[in-house]
Design a protein around this ligand. Structure first.
Ligand code: G3H
Ligand code: ZN
Length: 286
């Protein structure tokens, strides 16, 4: 696959003050919509699969599709495991050819999260693969995993410094008030906390659960140090809304190309909107 390590993409974004999309793929149409949009606006791109999406698509289909999608690509693309739950899963993805993995130990104790993350970092770095980790815990639902609001915890700036120092991670996901999936109300982001974490650490910071955050808040988070913004739910919504509209308008519709194609276009438009908010358009030009 024609991929670059995620750290190459994010270190550049960190230096220049913009954010790159960590965009989740769930099937072929997601991959095509996302990659076509990023190419058209010349934005560096981080394609990512959750463990659930890998299972749904099939791991060799993921790498086969990404191999095809990146064959003649001119933008830098990383393939990243999103919310990897174990050392073994991270190693599986590295063997498959992913250029980046997330180890999400956010539900473990601080010490256990450090111990497990460090182990992944040592193995991944020895073969040039980047690692993202998470400290603090987001609420909401992704795949089959739900974290209740009362169990969500914000990232502590002092702990972030120690965590980055002791693990050597390439990117750190912070919990500052966002949640995965569909929100019940408007999220209130703790910008002061984000700014403090950014001042105290050098590492690119990642915003998860960005679908329910307003464009203005995402822009503000980027100015305060976020360099990677994860989006999945908004693309799922865009695809499904288009398919639903077409099905509702024509109950006789049966050819999947006639609704999946427009669904793919809807994702592509949404991706372009996101890239515009993140400021990564035209950043893939030398
Ligand atoms: O890791 C993936 C993202 O955090 C997904 O967030 O559900 O708001 O799209 P989202
Ligand atoms: Zn996430």
């Amino acid at each position: 696959m024609n991929l670059v390590p995620m750290s190459e993409i994010l270190n550049e974004a960190n230096k220049k003050g913009y954010a790159v999309g960590g965009f989740n793929i769930n099937n072929l149409e997601f991959l095509q919509g996302i990659i076509e949009a990023a190419e058209e606006v010349k934005a560096p791109l981080i394609l990512q699969t959750s463990e659930g999406a890998m299972k749904y698509i099939g791991r060799y289909y993921v790498t086969g599709m990404v191999e095809a999608a990146t064959r003649d690509i001119e933008i830098p693309v990383a393939l990243h495991l999103d919310h990897g739950g174990s050392f073994e899963k991270a190693m599986e993805c590295i063997r498959l050819g992913y250029s980046s993995v997330m180890f999400d130990g956010s539900h473990y104790s601080f010490e256990k999260n450090i111990e497990l993350t460090k182990k992944v970092v040592e193995a991944a770095h020895s073969v040039g693969v980047s690692v993202e980790a998470e400290l603090g815990q987001l609420g909401g639902t992704e795949d089959d995993i739900t974290v209740e609001e009362e169990d969500a915890t914000f990232t502590k700036p002092e702990e972030a410094v120690e965590f980055v120092d002791r693990t050597g991670v390439d990117a750190l996901a912070v919990a500052i008030g966002t949640a995965h999936g569909v929100y019940e109300g408007d999220p209130e982001l703790d910008f002061e906390r984000l700014s403090e974490i950014n001042e105290k650490t050098e590492v690119p910071l990642v915003l998860h659960g960005a679908s329910g955050v307003t464009d203005n808040d995402v822009r503000k988070a980027v100015t305060l140090g976020i360099n990677k913004v994860n989006v999945n739910t908004n693309f799922q919504q865009a695809f499904s809304a288009k398919v639903r509209e077409l099905m509702d308008n024509d109950p006789e519709l049966y050819d999947p190309r006639k609704y999946c194609g427009p669904g793919r276009e809807a994702i592509k438009e949404k991706v372009k909107e996101k890239i515009d908010v993140l400021g990564s358009g035209n950043k893939a030009v030398n």
